[in-house]
Write a protein that binds this ligand. Structure first.
Ligand code: TYD
Ligand code: MG
Length: 481
């Protein structure tokens, strides 16, 4: 750092467009994130005191060290967003002074989400500021009209210059700020173009520092780009307090806000929304939403109570297993890990004698959802077996559990709330690992129940669902149909 400030010539370095890794020379593959061909030459951020390597943010608020016991640890009152789905992902509301990155593909609905969020704050009398560098004030107004975001306290500023932006925030003193998007913000102190690694990093750093100083929470919108023309949100992930990704696919109406990082709450929480003609609508009952079009009496269809953060969501896994026409069996997998499917197909083949090795396998998670937790193993296996044997899974059945290489069914977390969610939606049988059952009987049900109540999920106190504990794939096949 000191060496750099002595050196007056503008210096350049190579930065990874994906994650911001810096290097004195060009590299083909980024050691930071593994991306190929992502390095670009940019000026080293001299003006900003070296917007150099990640995590070099200067947050010097206390001059001398102080005992941890004396530090006021008042988290401050969290701002409720008025959207239950959003509050959960944020860990119970917006923490004052926090910086929240909202990433996602272009066109997924980030601007809509944040405009609605600000509107929700504004109708409760808070002054909020929406800064955009992507659209004109008129465009924002038109979107606002469409989604009903027209509160008088909702201020709109069209600006790309970082310094005037900071000045305006200072002058307006809003209670929350949205910067849409960080890739359009430009600091005059740097020579490089908006969207370059240096600009994105410098702008976010100054916006974050201002948020910390003033206590005004700031939402930074970041586009995810595959072509790498502009620096991606990965550059910022370590700088902000909370990282949310807004995902979904164009063909489906549902959108999911997923917490990737949160310094003030649990990660992996999700919030589910539906994109409609008049903006985003919260989906309070995602299980019913995802199961709405489930076929009855269809072989290959299985329901799994999957856990997203603290919330159970029922999803449907569908398989189609048909004899291979050519020598090479196909494995086409959407929504779950393809390697996992290959592994589970091999286990079924070896342990249960279902000869999947000469069959094509197609697997899809209905609704276009993506799930990655181990508990869906049993769903994949059941779905494959059901399609292969052409037998329909017994009505009212859900399955969850991890499957080991020897065909053993392994324990999963929170079997209790999964089973309860299934019961709530009218399922009558839950096949689950033996260990989960004993754990459930051992633990007092009351210790697990508060988390359910907190989520606002109505509880079915009667719990009229049969819990069927299984230890092996053999037992699964006996109980499944
Ligand atoms: P937008 O919020 O502009 O996306 P982003 O900021 O992530 O680029 O949303 C764009 C898409 O959302 C667009 O394709 C139209 C759709 N949309 C609706 O379906 N309903 C609505 O009420 C709005 C405002 C947008
Ligand atoms: Mg937008």
């Amino acid at each position: 750092m000191s060496k750099r400030s002595v050196d007056k010539k503008p210096r350049t370095a190579f930065f990874c467009r994906n994650c911001g890794y810096d290097s004195p020379k060009w590299l083909g593959k980024c050691p930071g994130c593994g991306e190929w061909n992502a390095f670009v030459e940019e000026e080293w951020g001299e003006a900003a005191g070296g917007a150099g390597a990640p995590g070099r943010m200067s947050l010097s608020f206390s001059e001398t060290p102080q005992p941890i016991a004396d530090i006021a640890a008042d988290e401050g009152e969290r701002l409720r967003t008025g959207m239950a789905e959003m509050d959960r992902v944020l860990g119970g509301g917006i923490v004052p002074g926090s910086a929240i990155l909202v990433g996602g593909d272009p066109g997924i609905g980030k601007s809509t989400l944040l405009l609605q969020l600000l509107q929700n704050l504004a109708v409760r009398g808070m002054k909020v500021l929406y800064i955009t560098g992507e659209e004109s004030a008129r465009q924002i107004k038109l979107r606002g009209k469409r989604v009903g975001a027209e509160a008088v306290n909702l201020l709109v500023l069209v600006e790309i210059d970082l310094d005037s932006m900071l000045r305006q925030i200072e002058a307006t003193r809003p209670q929350a700020v949205v910067v849409d998007s960080i890739q359009t913000v430009c600091s005059a102190a740097l020579g490089s173009a908006p969207g370059s690694v240096g600009q994105v990093r410098e702008s976010s750093e100054r916006l974050i520092i201002q948020a910390k100083k003033t206590g005004i929470p700031v939402f930074l919108v970041g586009h995810v780009t595959k072509d790498g023309a502009i620096a991606g949100p990965k550059v910022l992930e370590h700088m902000v307090d909370t990282v949310l990704y807004f995902e979904g696919d164009g063909g489906h109406a549902y959108r999911i806000v997923r917490g990737i990082k949160n310094r003030f709450g649990a990660t992996n929480e999700i919030g589910v929304f539906e994109m409609r003609g008049d903006g985003l609508r919260e989906v309070a009952n995602p299980s019913a939403f995802f199961l709405a079009e489930r076929p009855q009496q269809a072989a290959g269809s299985v329901v799994v109570p999957s856990l997203e953060g603290t919330r159970p969501i029922l999803i449907e896994i569908q398989s189609l297993v048909i004899a291979t026409n050519f020598g090479m069996p196909r494995r086409t997998v959407i929504g779950v890990d393809a390697n996992r499917v290959s592994l589970l197909a091999a286990v079924l083949d070896k342990v249960c004698g279902l000869h999947l090795s000469n069959h094509d396998i197609f697997i899809n998670v209905a609704g276009g959802v993506k799930v990655s937790e181990p508990a869906i193993d049993l769903g994949i296996v059941s779905s494959l077996a059901s399609s292969f044997l052409d037998r329909v899974v017994a009505p009212g059945t859900v399955v969850c559990g991890e499957v080991g290489l020897a065909g053993e069914i392994r324990g999963i977390s929170r079997a209790d709330i999964r089973a309860r969610e299934a019961a709530r939606l009218g399922f009558t049988r839950c096949l689950l690992p033996y260990t989960a059952r004993t754990e459930r009987e051992g633990a007092a049900a009351t210790t697990l129940m508060p988390s359910l109540g907190r989520d606002g999920v109505p509880m079915d106190q009667r719990e009229d669902i049969d819990l069927i504990a299984i230890r092996t794939l053999g037992e699964l096949l006996q109980s499944l149909f």
